[in-house]
Design a protein around this ligand. Structure first.
Ligand SMILES: C[S@@+](CC[C@H](N)C(=O)[O-])C[C@H]1O[C@@H](n2cnc3c(N)ncnc32)[C@H](O)[C@@H]1O
Length: 276
């Protein structure tokens, strides 16, 4: 019994090292492309919806987990929060620090693993994680760490790929005009445990895809009820959910946004420390 749990822990540690390596390999191209505005799903839909769901954060101490090149951390600092941020990939942290050096917002960036946060207990009034927790081999441990660094009464708000509508297998079914009419999904109950997906930002043209290598990202799918159980086990109580969808403005050039009229791509969760 003990041997089995030790083996599982070793496997998770191995997966964590591999995950860190994959993200470091993606980081330079990802940061460059994100800064050219290629990640329209993030910039035009997901982040605005995330910020709209946030309670007021001006004057609060916050931590952004899995900050990438720091664009979203900078939005939080722009709302008046005193931000720290961590990412497992050193290259992402370097990009974020370079922005901070050019245009200081008082953000403290560090290389760090969400599953072993380098901060004291109760150091923050809120924690955010934009599209990062579903990339981790042990999201339950990350959530426990997040709760540990939250002050009593503090909250975490995170976004993940929607477990119901972006499970391990997904295909958008389109009409003749290319408009999404349904989403075909499969393997919802399959735990992918680090399956590596290769993909480009959807706005890249075929020519551009010949010029840049695809991202290789590890996927650790969890079902909706598993996420709920992980939050409860970490001592976090859900208080608000969000499912961003394209608003009234047409986004004809961006099917990745238009498709969310049929079903959301991401799930936003706000949860508070239980028992305070
Ligand atoms: C999809 S990207 C999102 C980046 C950023 N939050 C954004 O919205 O632009 C996922 C990020 O999570 C980071 N990440 C993955 N596993 C991590 C871990 N265990 N600890 C900290 N960061 C991690 C990756 O390096 C990457 O920057």
């Amino acid at each position: 019994m003990q041997e089995t749990s030790q083996r599982r822990r070793k496997m998770r540690e191995l997966a964590a090292t591999e995950v860190a390596r994959l993200w470091e390999d993606n980081a330079d191209a990802w940061a460059r492309q994100a800064r050219l505005g290629v990640d329209v799903f993030r910039d035009l839909l997901n982040t605005p919806a995330f910020l709209a769901l946030l309670p007021p954060i001006a004057g609060l101490r916050g931590l952004d987990v899995g900050c990438g090149e720091g664009a979203n951390t900078r939005h939080l600092a722009g709302l008046g929060a005193k931000m720290s941020a961590v990412d497992i990939a050193p290259t992402f942290v370097r990009y974020a620090q370079a922005s901070e050096a050019c245009d200081p917002l008082g953000i403290d960036y560090a290389i760090g693993d969400a599953m072993q946060l380098p901060f004291d207990d109760g150091a923050f009034e809120f924690v955010t994680a934009f599209m990062s927790l579903m990339d981790m081999p042990d999201p339950g441990r990350a959530l426990r760490e997040i709760r540990r660094v939250l002050r009593p009464g503090g909250f975490v708000q995170f976004s993940i790929l929607h477990p119901c509508f972006v499970p391990p297998r997904r295909r958008v079914l389109r009409n003749r005009k290319g408009k999404a009419r349904a989403i075909e999904i499969g393997d919802y109950f399959e735990s992918t445990e680090g399956r590596v997906d290769c993909w480009w930002f959807s706005t890249l043209t075929g020519k551009e895809r010949h010029e840049v290598a695809p991202f290789r990202t590890p996927i650790f799918h969890r079902t909706l009820s598993q996420w709920f159980d992980l939050l409860a086990a970490a001592g976090l109580v859900v208080e608000k959910l969000g499912e961003p969808t394209a608003g009234t403005a047409p986004h004809a050039n961006h099917p990745v946004i238009e498709d969310t009229r049929v079903a959301p791509m991401s799930l936003h969760v706000r949860a508070r420390r239980a028992g305070d």
